[in-house]
Design a binder for this molecule. Structure first.
Ligand SMILES: Nc1ncnc2c1ncn2[C@@H]1O[C@H](COP(=O)(O)OP(=O)(O)OP(=O)(O)O)[C@@H](O)[C@H]1O
Ligand SMILES: [Mg+2]
Length: 227
């Protein structure tokens, strides 16, 4: 079985008087490693799909398997452990901890995994330098621009090198040049670790650099692998 496998995955949202069908019985596997881009127009269900993969919401029908484990059947404590070990997730609207500095926010995933303090801060500093944020490491999140906040959140998500990194629109608040730089960092990190990135985006530089691209159209996922 592939690393990530969807078996008749469906998701409906029911609101007053109306049912929205977002994912419609998707059965397919994802590549084991590399960069996967999920593209599709606004409101089509990209965020829904990756939230299901990350175990944040449950399917209406069908299942998602990650490394052979059906994640929607895990108990809350098993899911928490599974996510901490396997998944890095940056939501479309990321949330940093306001009381901590940029440096502390980025080092946090390492500290939570018992990495030595000095090593964690050193790694966070180096990564923030790659994101051209060396001048902002002692700022609090409220003292950042939107694009800086976004980059800090991406750094926080990838620093621990999780086996599966999921980024919901990592460059939505960035100009073209900065987007390209972020795309380059993502590519370099992916090559270094040989892990799996799942990225929703409409950004050309991220799409161009992907190993696989999937389009979400009318509840179905279409594989447009081009490499
Ligand atoms: N909790 C919810 N309850 C009801 N409807 C929802 C809910 N979450 C999302 N939707 C609807 O489901 C559809 C898919 O939303 P989703 O956020 O997955 O789209 P998206 O492809 O990520 O869009 P965007 O590119 O704008 O981020 C949208 O039409 C949205 O209005
Ligand atoms: Mg979205």
């Amino acid at each position: 079985m592939p690393k990530i496998f969807f078996d008749s995955l469906s998701k409906f949202y029911r609101t007053t008087g109306k049912t929205i069908k977002v994912l419609d019985s998707i059965t397919m596997g994802f590549p084991e490693r590399g960069i996967i881009v999920i593209a599709g127009k606004s409101g089509v269900g990209k965020t829904t799909l990756i939230q299901i993969i990350a175990g944040l919401i449950k399917p209406s029908f069908g299942s998602v398997f990650i490394d052979g484990v059906e994640i929607s059947r895990l108990a809350a404590y098993e899911l928490a452990w599974f996510r901490r070990k396997k998944i890095g997730f940056k939501p479309q609207t990321p949330v940093l901890i306001n009381q901590l500095s940029v440096l502390e926010n980025v080092a946090l995933p390492l500290l939570l995994n018992y990495v030595d303090r000095d090593m964690a801060y050193k790694a966070a500093k180096e990564l923030l330098e790659e994101f051209e944020l060396s001048e902002r490491i002692y700022h609090k999140p409220t003292q950042l621009s939107g694009g800086e906040y976004e980059r800090v959140s991406v750094a926080q998500t990838i620093i621990g090198n999780p086996p599966i990194v999921i980024l919901d629109e990592p460059t939505a608040h960035l100009d073209l040049e900065t987007s390209k730089k972020v795309a380059n960092i993502i590519r370099r990190k992916q090559r270094e670790i040989d892990n799996l990135y799942i990225i929703t985006t409409i950004e050309e530089s991220l799409i161009e650099d992907a190993d696989s691209i999937f389009y979400l159209i009318n509840g179905k996922l279409y594989d447009k692998s081009f490499k």
